[in-house]
Ligand binder design. Sequence first.
Ligand SMILES: *[C@@H]1O[C@H](CO)[C@@H](O)[C@H](O)[C@H]1NC(C)=O
Ligand SMILES: *[C@@H]1O[C@H](CO)[C@@H](O)[C@H](O)[C@H]1NC(C)=O
Ligand SMILES: *[C@@H]1O[C@H](CO)[C@@H](O)[C@H](O)[C@H]1NC(C)=O
Ligand SMILES: *[C@@H]1O[C@H](CO)[C@@H](O)[C@H](O)[C@H]1NC(C)=O
Length: 399
Amino acid sequence: MYQYLWSYRYTQEELKLVSRMRNFRAKTFLLAVALGLLVLHLCKDFIDHKIIHFPKDVREDHSQIRQHIANNSYVFSWPRCQQNISAANITGFNSLPGDIKDFLYYRHCRHFPMLLDIHDKCGGADRSSEVFLLLVIKSSPVNYDRREVLRKTWAKERLYNGVWIRRIFLSGTMYTGFEKKRLNKLLELEQRDYNDIIQWDFYERFYNLTLKQILFLEWMERNCPNARFLFNGDDDVFANTNNMVEYLQGLKDNDGSKHLFTGHLIQNVGPIRSTGSKYFIPVQVQESDSYPPYCGGGGFLLSAYTALIIYNMSQSITILPIDDVYMGMCLAKARLSPSSHMGVKTAGLSIPSKKLDVYDPCFYKEVLLVHRFMPAQLYLMWHSVNDPNLKCSLTKEIL
Ligand SMILES: *[C@@H]1O[C@H](CO)[C@@H](O)[C@H](O)[C@H]1NC(C)=O
Ligand SMILES: *[C@@H]1O[C@H](CO)[C@@H](O)[C@H](O)[C@H]1NC(C)=O
Ligand SMILES: *[C@@H]1O[C@H](CO)[C@@H](O)[C@H](O)[C@H]1NC(C)=O
Ligand SMILES: *[C@@H]1O[C@H](CO)[C@@H](O)[C@H](O)[C@H]1NC(C)=O
C-alpha cells in the first residue's frame, strides 16, 4: 500500500517529462564539453605550433605559400603530405622492395614541418655574404658522436685566413613513439649548446637524402642566399676545411657569384638495376640507363650561385632518390658541368705500399677530403695534420 503510493507520486506523463529533461540536460552538457574541447584544440594548434591553415587552392600553389613565409617571421608548418595511392598502379609495383615502394608513394612530397631551425646562422639573409664557407653536413639523429667530433675538428666555426667558416647539420627523424621523442630531445639539447642543426619531420632514410638536399637549398635561398661557397657532405669524412678555404680564395674572379661545382667527378655511369644494391634504382623510378655527370656525395664544393640555380632547377625535376646524381641532373638541366678536383677522395686514399701507415698524416695534409673516417681517427688526424711540427718529405711525392 505504502509502496504503491510512493511510486504513484508522479503520473506517467510527468515521469516522461522528467526523463526527457534529464536527457536534454545530459545532451547539452556533452555538446558544451565537445565544443570546449574543439576550441581548446584549435587554439592549441594555433598557439603551440602556430600552424596557419590555407585553403586547398592556396595549398596547391606553393609560390603563394612561399611568399607568405617570406612575409611572416613566425614558425610555419606545412600541411602533411598525403600518400599517392595510384603509385601502386605502376607495372611491377608489387615486386619492388619495400623502400622503393615507400619512395614511390611519397615521391611528390617536398615540404615537411621543421622541428629545428636556425634563421640567424648567416646573420640574416642580407648579411650572409660575410659567410665565406658554409659547411652543410648531412647527419642522422643517431650520429651524435660524429657531430661532437666534427664540432671540435674540421667543422669548427672559425675565422680562417680572414674569412668565416660556419656549420650546419641537416637531420630528419628516426623511429616512432618514445624512441623518436628521445632522439628529438637529444637534437634539441645539442641545438641549445651549439645552434647548428636544421631538422625536418621526415623519416631519415637513404632514399630520402635527395629530399633533405632540396629542403636545405630551399632553406638556404631564404636564410643564407649570399654565402660565398658551400661544402656539402657527409658526417663520416675527413674534410680539410683549411685547404678548402685556401683553394676557394685562390679561384680567379669567382667570389661565389659564378659557377663552381667540384669534387670526385663520376661520369658515364647509370642506374644499378640489381635489387641487392644500396643504390638500386628500378626502371619504375628511372627508365633511362644513364646518369649525367655528377660529383660523389661524400663531399663536394659549390658556389652559392650554383646552389641557387640547382634549387631553381630542382623545382621542375622529379625526385630521384640518389642525392648526388640528382644534383647532377639539376646541373645538366641548367647546362652547367660539375668538375673534378684531385683533392677529393670519396673512394678513399690508395696508399701505394702495405708497409706505409694508412693514417700517416702526410697523406692527408694536402687533400681536401677523404671518405671515410670514424670519430676517433678523425680527431687524431685533424690534430696531426695541423701540428706545426709535422714533417713530410717523401709521402707527398708518392701521392
Ligand atoms: C589506380 O588504382 C585505383 C585503385 O587502386 C583505381 O581506383 C584507379 O582508377 C587507378 N588509376 C589508374 C590511373 O589506373
Ligand atoms: C601518383 O603516381 C602516379 C603513378 O606513378 C603518377 O602518374 C602521378 O603523377 C602521381 N601523383 C602525384 C601527385 O605525384
Ligand atoms: C621519406 O619520409 C617520409 C616522411 O616521413 C616518409 O613518409 C617516407 O616513407 C620516406 N621515404 C622513404 C623512402 O623511406
Ligand atoms: C628560376 O629562375 C628563372 C629565371 O631567373 C625564374 O624566371 C623562375 O621563376 C625561377 N623558378 C623558380 C621556381 O624559382
